[in-house]
Design a protein around this ligand. Structure first.
Ligand code: BEZ
Length: 218
């Protein structure tokens, strides 16, 4: 059974928490999370380099990277492998899949970041990081957390949709309904008082369904 030092105490961040800060070695040199302030960050972990599902995910993450960048969003990968391992795997992905990985991949050999973000699920694996995704906003607050097991590759379009949904919420003060896609109507905040509820049907510019559910274009 693996033990962790006090500095490596497992933390499980929650939505709304400040993103735990870290400095780390990556396939593109050292980075500090705080240098990303002002940008959104999708921080994701994968179990290990040179594994099949992770390889398909890396191709998928690279495919959505240009669109994420257009959303002022950076991508950061992570596993407990070394920088040379990341470099060798990135080169292999380029050779085999004609895909150049352009985002940095953290080499978290001492699990410093994995422990701060609760990326290891000991019931599944003591050594590998699970498929975790943390969406961190431009003020470095954790806005969403997704976990997938080792055996299931993530849906890249859902990660992209999630970032767009969160940014739409911030920009327009709305929520986004089930299966929302960019261009769809968003949900207006429900009334907080009986008086507001009574007035909702008369409001301009909304699609009124009932007092507690209305939508609008965003
Ligand atoms: C994979 O990426 O294929 C994989 C990694 C760890 C456990 C199971 C599958």
């Amino acid at each position: 059974m693996e033990t962790h030092t006090e500095e490596q105490k497992v933390n499980m961040p929650r939505i709304g928490d400040a993103a735990p800060q870290f400095s780390a070695a990556t396939s593109q040199g050292n980075i500090n999370l705080e240098d990303y302030k002002g940008k959104w960050v999708v921080l994701f972990s994968h179990p290990s380099d040179f594994t099949p599902v992770c390889t398909t995910e890396f191709v998928g993450f690279q495919d959505i990277y240009p669109e994420l960048k257009q959303l002022n969003t950076e991508l950061l990968g992570l596993s407990v492998d070394s920088v040379p391992s990341h470099i060798a795997w990135i080169r292999s992905i380029e050779e085999n899949f004609d895909t150049k990985i352009e985002f940095p991949v953290i080499a978290d050999l001492d699990k410093q970041v994995a422990m701060k973000y609760g990326m290891i699920m000991p019931g599944e694996s003591q050594v590998e990081t699970s498929r975790a995704v943390f969406v961190i906003d431009d003020k470095q607050k954790i806005r969403s957390i997704i976990y997938y097991p080792l055996t299931t590759g993530r849906n890249m379009q859902e990660i992209l949709r999630l970032v767009k949904a969160l940014q739409t919420t911030d920009e327009h003060g709305v929520s986004t309904p089930a299966n929302w896609q960019e261009g769809d109507k968003a949900v207006v905040s429900p009334p907080k008082t009986q008086e507001e509820a009574a007035k909702r049907a008369q409001e301009e510019g909304i699609e009124y369904i009932d007092w507690y559910i209305s939508k609008k274009d965003v």
